[in-house]
Design a protein around this ligand. Structure first.
Ligand SMILES: [Zn+2]
Length: 327
């Protein structure tokens, strides 16, 4: 019922579900951040989308916005953030089998496993502590470290989870205390896509975009830094893939990003992607996506995820909150 109503109300809206990765056993660097889909669950998501929607490419979307190209009714396009290597080993073969296009958004600093996103380091620390809780003598060192960053220590999990982007160096110090060799982990596990993998995915027809250099909260950094993060990552990705369309997705959210940012980056980008579900966006080249992964303890079925997205979208209408508002 909800689905039918939604499809009538939003039939011209492009459905843009996004993920990070798909895995049978979630790696420790994302295990405590979100719940990833396993293969059969991901396949059921795709079957659902294919049954109710029509796949379109990012080029189709661009042409529909700027060149009057007519998209089919109920169009959809998948995208994947953060450039995790599972998009090459697990996701891409399934997408190819189903004939589905997708955009992979990459962080400039993490390509080729040169570094890891600060939140992923927090996830590893929580896992280390779950397996072997920190020793008493380490606890004092850890509390001192938090204090040296002007942060309060409550309990390990909550304190580590609350470490923000501008205090991310603390995570490296904590990994040292936990004797976790992040460089070996990056070298051996290769959590992120390598240049070769990116080129092979490009050959298969997938699209790429940038996702900042090292994944800050844009609303919490200066506009100059936002622009620097955006343009540097775009250049880094373009140096590898040299795409016709220049695409960007906001790390975390675009909450707090001012209109002036869009004015300044518009000469360099063709389309930007946010995470405001399917809110109407007054900026022509800005599109909004919705998260398919869960952030709580349980994993929703495909129908539950999509229904909750429908509900949020419909409930916003009477409250006048169905448009993106910026300052
Ligand atoms: Zn991200």
């Amino acid at each position: 019922m909800f689905e039918k109503l939604f499809k009538i109300i939003f039939s011209n809206k492009i459905l843009l579900p996004f993920y990070h990765h798909v895995s049978e056993k979630q790696p420790i660097h994302t295990k405590h951040l979100f719940k990833s889909r396993n293969i059969s669950h991901f396949r059921s998501d795709l079957d659902y989308f294919l049954k109710h929607y029509n796949p379109v490419s990012v080029d189709d979307i661009y042409r529909s916005i700027f060149k009057n190209y007519k998209l089919p009714q109920n169009p959809f396009l998948l995208s994947f953030d953060d450039g995790f290597s599972e998009v090459e080993s697990i996701v891409a073969p399934i997408l190819k089998e189903k004939g589905l296009p997708a955009i992979f958004f990459l962080n400039g600093d993490f390509i080729d496993n040169k570094d890891m996103m600060f939140r992923c380091k927090a996830s590893i620390l929580i896992e280390i502590n779950n397996i072997s809780p920190i020793l008493r003598e380490q606890l004092d060192t850890i509390k001192d470290l938090f204090q040296s960053f002007d942060l309060e220590y409550t309990n390990f999990k909550d304190s580590v989870k609350s470490i923000s982007y501008n205090k991310k160096d603390l995570l490296d110090k904590l990994l040292e205390v936990g004797e976790f060799d992040i460089e070996s982990y990056l070298k051996n596990k290769k959590p992120y896509l390598t240049t070769d993998q990116i080129l092979s995915l490009k050959k298969d027809g997938f699209d790429f975009g940038s996702h900042s250099m090292d994944h800050p909260y844009y609303g919490k950094i200066s506009e100059d830094k936002q622009i620097e993060q955006t343009l540097n990552s775009l250049e880094k990705v373009q140096n590898i893939v040299n795409s016709k369309l220049k695409l960007f997705s906001f790390p975390f959210s675009e909450e707090g990003v001012r209109e002036s940012f869009y004015e300044k980056i518009s000469p360099y980008l063709d389309l930007t992607f946010g995470t405001f579900d399917n809110k109407f966006d007054p900026i022509k080249f800005s599109l909004q996506r919705f998260a398919m992964e869960d952030y709580g303890d349980r994993i929703s079925t495909t129908e539950e995820s999509v229904k909750s997205f429908y509900k949020r979208s419909i409930l916003r209408i009477p409250f006048g909150k169905s448009s993106v508002k910026r300052v």
